[in-house]
Write a protein that binds this ligand. Structure first.
Ligand SMILES: Cc1cc2nc3c(=O)[nH]c(=O)nc-3n(C[C@H](O)[C@H](O)[C@H](O)COP(=O)(O)OP(=O)(O)OC[C@H]3O[C@@H](n4cnc5c(N)ncnc54)[C@H](O)[C@@H]3O)c2cc1C
Length: 390
């Protein structure tokens, strides 16, 4: 593995940092209050090429490798997590299924505009009764009716629903078929039978607007089905490791933000006649953040490198990176908050937001207990590479 950053990678990082410093960072508190990342800003990110990610240039993307994608997302997340979430979608759970399994027409109508910031989408998987175990307990039903499919069900916690022009979603033909009953569909916003209610006043990830979606006899033309009937599972899973890479890169960016905020405050706040940074217990917290940043970066780079080598699945490494970076972030955010004393509570000091967002990151992209289970099962030999199973 080569840890050096190339001139092209640095130029992309600098471009993202410059944009985020000027156009995002000064307004984040407003986005938090509005509980929405402005669409115009996301469009601007598209114009600048910050959304194209790993999608090939032929489909409007940047054709980045995964190492470069992770560097970009870390940089954006340093300034604002939601901006990094948006920049990751075309490469992750939303765009990757379209790239791998979409028809040329679907790529033209959804993937290319998604990379260019001309269309936005949402990945609608989670349901009220199932999150972690969604693959086994999908309740949204799918019925074929002539050249259409009819969907009935509810999806919840769906990010970017308000700004979405389309939804990539899933239902089952027959629950008794298990994974082989799952179908994937692209649903255009505004389709009759699709309704939504926003989920407001979240404790964390506030500017990542979320909503509950209702499908009531929602008719989807068969040209909007992704993959053959019953193979939607492949679409559901194909962005998993890349999604965990993106989540880990975002967490790493936020660890860096916690460290910088803590260092700056510890140097200027005086207690008993000296800056609090002079106290060893404060130095220990800051040292922990630096170690956490370095270990997180190494795990993210390793996972990205594995994916760049063409690893079909890097399930264990993705779980290790996701678990470590988000647990480390939670600790760093807690320590940065503590170092700020009462001022940690004040909006202008940001560490309160880092703390609230960190909690959410332990839950989405797979609850961390599930990642512990995956790692443990690999270690115990209860999971095996696909080749060993056949
Ligand atoms: C801000 C935000 C944005 C989101 N955006 C989206 C989106 O865009 N699209 C979408 O489809 N979903 C989205 N989600 C939902 C997210 O994917 C789910 O919250 C996640 O999958 C966990 O599901 P759950 O909340 O139903 O928790 P559950 O599955 O009910 O789990 C609850 C708790 O049980 C424990 N647990 C779970 N599994 C295990 C295990 N194997 N071993 C031990 N303990 C376990 C954990 O403590 C876990 O937190 C979002 C959620 C949030 C908070």
């Amino acid at each position: 593995m080569d840890f050096s950053i190339t001139a092209d990678q640095q130029a992309l990082i600098d471009q993202a940092a410059d944009f985020a410093r000027r156009e995002i960072a000064p307004h984040v508190e407003r986005f938090e209050r509005d509980e929405c990342f402005p669409r115009e800003l996301a469009e601007r990110m598209g114009e600048l090429g910050l959304l194209g990610g790993t999608v090939p240039e032929a489909y409007g993307g940047l054709g980045l490798d995964y190492v470069t994608l992770s560097l970009l997302l870390e940089e954006l997340a340093y300034h604002d997590v939601t901006a990094a979430v948006i920049a990751g979608w075309p490469s992750c759970s939303l765009g990757r299924p379209l790239l791998l399994y979409g028809t040329e027409e679907q790529k033209r109508d959804y993937l290319t505009p998604l990379c260019q910031g001309r269309k936005f989408g949402a990945h609608a998987v989670t349901e009220p009764h199932s999150g972690t175990d969604i693959v086994r307990r999908l309740e949204t039903t799918v019925r074929r009716d002539g050249d259409d499919y009819v969907l009935n069900g509810t999806k919840t916690w769906i990010s970017n629903a308000r700004n979405a022009d389309f939804f990539l979603t899933y239902g089952t033909l027959d629950r008794s078929l298990g994974m082989r009953g799952i179908c994937a569909f692209i649903v255009d916003a505004g389709t009759p039978g699709l309704a939504m209610t926003p989920i407001r006043n979240k404790a964390g990830s506030r500017s990542q607007d979320t909503a509950q979606l209702y499908f009531e006899d929602l008719r989807v033309p068969s040209r909007n089905r992704l993959l053959p009937e019953g193979q939607g599972y492949r679409s559901l899973m194909c962005g998993t490791e890349v999604g965990r890479l993106a989540c880990s890169a975002r967490a790493t960016g936020q660890i860096r933000a916690c460290l910088d905020a803590a260092v700056e405050y510890a140097k200027q706040r005086e207690v008993f006649g000296q800056p609090i940074g002079r106290y060893e217990l404060v130095q220990a917290k800051i040292a922990g953040m630096r170690v956490g940043l370095e270990t997180s970066r190494l795990l993210v780079r390793h996972l990205a490198w594995l994916l760049d080598q063409g690893a079909e699945r890097a399930q264990k490494e993705a779980s290790i990176a996701k678990l470590h970076t988000t647990e480390t972030l939670m600790q760093c955010a807690q320590d940065a908050y503590q170092i700020h004393g009462a001022y940690g509570v004040a909006e202008e000091y940001k560490v309160g937001r880092y703390f609230r967002d960190a909690k959410v990151m332990q839950i989405y992209d797979g609850a961390n207990e599930m990642h512990q289970q995956i790692i443990g099962e690999w270690e115990l030999g209860y999971r095996q590479p696909a080749a060993a199973r056949s």
